[in-house]
Every structure is written in structure tokens, then in C-alpha cells.
Design a protein around this ligand. Structure first.
Ligand SMILES: *[C@@H]1O[C@H](CO)[C@@H](O)[C@H](O)[C@H]1NC(C)=O
Ligand SMILES: *[C@@H]1O[C@H](CO)[C@@H](O)[C@H](O)[C@H]1NC(C)=O
Ligand SMILES: *[C@@H]1O[C@H](CO)[C@@H](O)[C@H](O)[C@H]1NC(C)=O
Ligand SMILES: *[C@@H]1O[C@H](CO)[C@@H](O)[C@H](O)[C@H]1NC(C)=O
Ligand SMILES: *[C@@H]1O[C@H](CO)[C@@H](O)[C@H](O)[C@H]1NC(C)=O
Ligand SMILES: *[C@@H]1O[C@H](CO)[C@@H](O)[C@H](O)[C@H]1NC(C)=O
Ligand SMILES: *[C@@H]1O[C@H](CO)[C@@H](O)[C@H](O)[C@H]1NC(C)=O
Length: 434
């Protein structure tokens, strides 16, 4: 008897030998909870344009299957398309309805949402909230930005969890810089690594910086026109949020357009690690920020697409979600046979009650994981949980095409509202905006 009990405990703890555990429970005495568990079934919603997420999710699933073959059961994956609302809801609902209609143990337990911030993201939110599906979301958005997750009831708050991805935090440095350096006008230009829909109003709210926020055109000729137009608006401070190619291209244009004197301020923010700005410039100064990690290269692990800070975030998040849901299953706080409703069955009042504190299980699983790059900082509610990483602030001078000066100006713990610690007083005094 004791041996069997012990074997069950070990099986439950290690999460394998499933068959044996199920079999052995017949021999346990009734004072003990039967050890019944099973793998986690996943339902994934990804946005067609979020390629970094797509390939990182695939890598994460492969890793889980290698390391913990008994953790992952069935996987459904839906690609949604921003541009067609009806199509998005149809795709999600037809995949969902066919996944749940048979019931039993082979229905989705957890939904992983890697949509970003547009219509597809809103549809995904309203779907998960209505049908009561435990969800780990990597959507962009601060408190209140997730429209359909704004008024969650207590039950839903336990299992609908959003963690802001790294590229949702980097733009906040613009706000901190504008405040610290007393910047009076600014153009904020971003590439496809960033999503700014939700930031147009909030980013520089209550900051006295006249500004425009535009997506940058990756075509050199168009980019040049864009910068000239901004210059015509008497803008002399340029914040460029982009990858290495975009940053270097902007600098080349600054050079040929003569936007290089003391009058101009160049602020370059990148999600890429281990890069420095580069251009064939005679003499240009720029403030440069990039993520920094003590661990420069993950020792093991898959090859993840650039920017690694983003792909590693999705990669870790999927594994974390599966680990957390596995804990919930193993501990009996999520049933072997979850009851789901289909899209058609939903009537505005019948969202299933879950009594699942998935948030606590996430935090518990996080304690036992080593993040690939960025970690996670848990807050108390959605709009507060975020990727955790530090960015360096450097003053870079490029003279005759060579990065000749590279002064560390400080560092910043990426967040929605952490002030930037910069020691750039001299630099800002030397600049004459007007
Ligand atoms: C459990 O008990 C049954 C008989 O009640 C026995 O046939 C079976 O071998 C036992 N299983 C284990 C794992 O001890
Ligand atoms: C999204 O839908 C539009 C129009 O239906 C189509 O042109 C486009 O190719 C689709 N994009 C993806 C990524 O499926
Ligand atoms: C990734 O994208 C491909 C092609 O669009 C799709 O078939 C696949 O299901 C996606 N995988 C995930 C996990 O989203
Ligand atoms: C979406 O579907 C509804 C109802 O079927 C229809 O009335 C509407 O025109 C559709 N919208 C688009 C953009 O296709
Ligand atoms: C910020 O700029 C304004 C206008 O240029 C100026 O009046 C103010 O004194 C400056 N504040 C600081 C702290 O430099
Ligand atoms: C930039 O400055 C140089 C030297 O002052 C001048 O020859 C050139 O015409 C200027 N270019 C533009 C685009 O204004
Ligand atoms: C960032 O946070 C860490 C603790 O997580 C702290 O040790 C460090 O000083 C912080 N850095 C800055 C620049 O605030």
C-alpha cells in the first residue's frame, strides 16, 4: 500500500508515468485524493502578421514535447486576419466548436493568444471572456486598453491573464526621455516590430511635447520624404523605434539631408540585442537604447527569430502557460473533463463558472523556470504584468563612419512608468533645439 502511494506521489510530481498512475489509483485507500491527471490541450490564436510569435510558438511546442512528452496533448491553432472581422470570428468559432463538441478529456484547457492590438485582438478577447476559456494573452495594452477584458468578474479575473510583451514597453522610454530632457517637439517613428495603436493618446499624455507618431516607411525614398515632411513641421527631435536596418537607414538619410548638427536630436531605440548604430556619417550624435542581458546567449534552446527579446518572450510564455495548466490539472483545480460551450450556445448569460486561480498557478510555475532572456514581472492585475528586462542608454558619436564614442549614460528597467536614470545633463545642455 505504502509503495503504491509513494509511486503515485512521484508520478504526480514528475508528471509522467500517466498510465500507471491511473491504474494504480484503484488500490489506494479512500482517504487520499485519486491521482488522476492528463496532458494539457492547447488552443492557439495567432495573428497572420505576427510571424515572430508563430515560429516561437512552434519552437516552444517542440521543446515541451522533447522535455516533457506527457505535458502536451492536443493542439489547435487558428490564424486570424486583421482585415476581416467576420472571417476572424468565423475562423475562431468553427475551430472552437469542433474542438469542444465531443466533450470529454480531449477538449482545450488553455488558450494562448498572440494577437497584438487591433480588431483581431478585440475579437479574441470578447470570445475568451464570453466563453470562459482560461487564457494566457501576450496582447499589447496597458490598463483599460483591452476593451473586452475591462469589466471582468472575479471568476474571470482568475483565469484571463495578459502579460505585456517587450515591444509594448520599449516605447515608454520615449515618454521618460521627453520628460527628463525637457523635449519640446518630437517625431516618433516606429517599424513593424512595434504596435502603437493604443499609444497615440496615452504615450505623451500630460507631457508638454508637441509630437507626431507615425509608422516609418521601410522604402528609403519614402522614408526620406517622411523625414523631410517632419522637418518642415519644425520638428528637430526624432525618436526611431526599429530594428538595425531601419535605424541605420534613418541615420544615412539624416546624413544626406544635413539633419546632423547640434540643433537635431536623434534617439534610437531598438529591440535588438548586441547591435550598435552604423552609418557612413561625417559626424552625428545619437542617444541609443537597447536591451541588455547578463546572459548574452542562451546556452541551450532553439534558434529563435529576431528580435530575440520578442521571440524568447513568446517561447517562454507558451511553456509557462502549459506548465501552469499542468499544475492546475495535477492538483485538481481544473477538471479532467472541462465543460465548454460553443459559440452558438453562448447567450450573453451562460459564461461557465471556472473557480480557477490560473494566475496563482502561473506565478507558481514561473518560480521554477529559467527565462530564456527577459523575465516576467507580475503585477496585481492585467495591464500590470509585463516582460522584465533592462535597457542601456548610450551616447553614440559616429565620426567618419566609425562609432567613435560610446558613453554609457544609464539604464532603464523597461516599464510603463519607471523614470529613466540618465546622466546626460552635459549632452542636453550642449544641444540647442532652436
Ligand atoms: C491493484 O489491486 C488489484 C486487485 O485488487 C491487483 O490485481 C493489481 O495488481 C493491483 N495493482 C497494483 C499496481 O498493485
Ligand atoms: C487577410 O484578408 C485579406 C482580405 O480578405 C487578404 O487580402 C489577405 O491576404 C489576408 N491576409 C492573411 C495574412 O491571411
Ligand atoms: C504558423 O503559421 C502557419 C502558416 O500560416 C500555420 O499553418 C500554423 O498553424 C501556424 N502555427 C501556429 C502555432 O500558430
Ligand atoms: C458580417 O456579417 C454580417 C452578418 O452575417 C453582415 O451583415 C455584414 O455585412 C458582414 N460584414 C462584412 C464586412 O462582411
Ligand atoms: C523646459 O523648457 C521650457 C521651455 O523651453 C523652459 O521654460 C523650462 O525652464 C525648461 N525646464 C527645465 C527643467 O529645463
Ligand atoms: C548639406 O551641407 C553641405 C555642406 O554644408 C552642402 O554642400 C549640401 O548641399 C547640404 N545638403 C543638403 C541636402 O542640404
Ligand atoms: C532595475 O531593477 C533591479 C532590480 O530588479 C535593480 O537592482 C536595478 O537597480 C534597477 N535599475 C535601475 C536603473 O533602476
Amino acid at each position: 500500500m505504502r509503495l503504491v502511494g509513494f509511486a503515485i506521489a512521484v508520478c504526480g510530481y514528475l508528471g509522467f508515468c500517466g498510465e500507471f498512475a491511473v491504474h494504480a489509483q484503484e488500490n489506494t485507500t479512500s482517504d487520499r485524493e485519486p491521482t488522476r491527471t492528463r496532458p494539457v490541450n492547447l488552443f492557439i490564436i495567432n495573428e497572420g502578421t505576427n510571424r515572430v510569435a508563430n515560429s516561437s510558438v512552434i519552437s516552444a511546442l517542440e521543446t515541451i514535447n522533447e522535455k516533457y512528452p506527457s505535458h502536451l496533448g492536443k493542439v489547435w491553432s487558428v490564424q486570424v486576419n486583421e482585415s476581416d472581422v467576420n472571417d476572424t470570428l468565423d475562423r475562431i468559432c468553427s475551430a472552437w466548436d469542433s474542438a469542444v463538441e465531443k466533450g470529454g478529456t480531449r477538449v482545450p484547457d488553455l488558450l494562448i493568444d498572440t494577437t497584438t492590438a487591433g480588431l483581431a485582438a478585440k475579437i479574441s478577447n470578447s470570445f475568451t471572456a464570453a466563453l470562459g476559456i482560461p487564457t494566457l494573452s501576450a496582447q499589447y495594452g496597458q490598463e483599460g486598453d483591452l476593451l473586452y477584458w475591462r469589466n471582468l468578474n472575479m471568476d474571470q479575473q482568475g483565469y484571463l491573464i495578459q502579460v505585456m510583451p517587450p515591444t509594448d514597453l520599449i516605447p515608454q522610454a520615449v515618454r521618460e526621455l521627453c520628460v527628463q530632457l525637457n523635449i519640446s517637439n518630437a517625431a516618433i517613428l516606429y517599424d513593424q516590430n512595434f504596435v502603437m495603436d493604443h499609444k497615440y493618446k496615452s504615450l505623451l499624455l500630460n507631457v508638454a511635447t508637441r509630437h507626431v507618431i507615425n509608422e516609418i516607411d521601410p522604402e528609403i525614398a519614402e522614408m526620406k520624404k517622411q523625414l523631410a515632411t517632419l522637418r518642415d513641421l519644425d520638428i528637430v527631435n526624432y525618436f526611431v523605434l526599429g530594428d538595425e536596418n531601419i535605424i541605420d537607414a534613418v541615420l544615412e538619410i539624416a546624413e544626406v539631408s544635413n539633419f546632423t548638427g547640434k540643433k537635431f536630436g536623434w534617439f534610437l531605440l531598438t529591440p535588438e540585442i548586441n547591435i550598435l548604430p552604423n552609418c557612413d556619417c561625417k559626424n552625428i550624435n545619437a542617444l541609443f537604447m537597447r536591451p541588455e542581458f547578463s546572459k548574452k546567449n542562451p546556452t541551450t534552446g532553439p534558434s529563435l527569430p529576431k528580435p530575440v527579446i520578442s521571440s524568447a518572450f513568446y517561447y517562454d510564455l507558451v511553456q509557462l502557460g502549459v506548465d501552469a495548466m499542468k499544475l492546475a490539472l495535477d492538483n485538481g483545480d481544473w477538471p479532467m473533463e472541462p465543460k465548454h460551450i460553443t459559440c452558438n450556445e453562448y447567450d450573453n448569460t451562460n459564461t461557465p463558472k471556472r473557480k480557477l486561480n490560473f494566475f496563482n498557478r502561473l506565478k507558481e510555475a514561473y518560480e521554477n523556470m529559467t527565462p530564456t532572456y527577459a523575465g516576467i514581472k507580475w503585477g496585481s492585475k492585467n495591464g500590470e504584468h509585463q516582460a522584465k528586462f533592462e535597457m542601456s542608454v548610450r551616447l553614440v558619436n559616429i565620426k567618419d563612419g566609425v562609432v567613435s564614442n560610446n558613453i554609457e549614460g544609464g539604464s532603464w528597467n523597461a516599464s510603463i512608468s519607471t523614470p529613466l536614470q540618465v546622466t546626460l545633463k552635459k549632452w542636453s545642455r550642449e544641444r540647442t533645439e532652436n
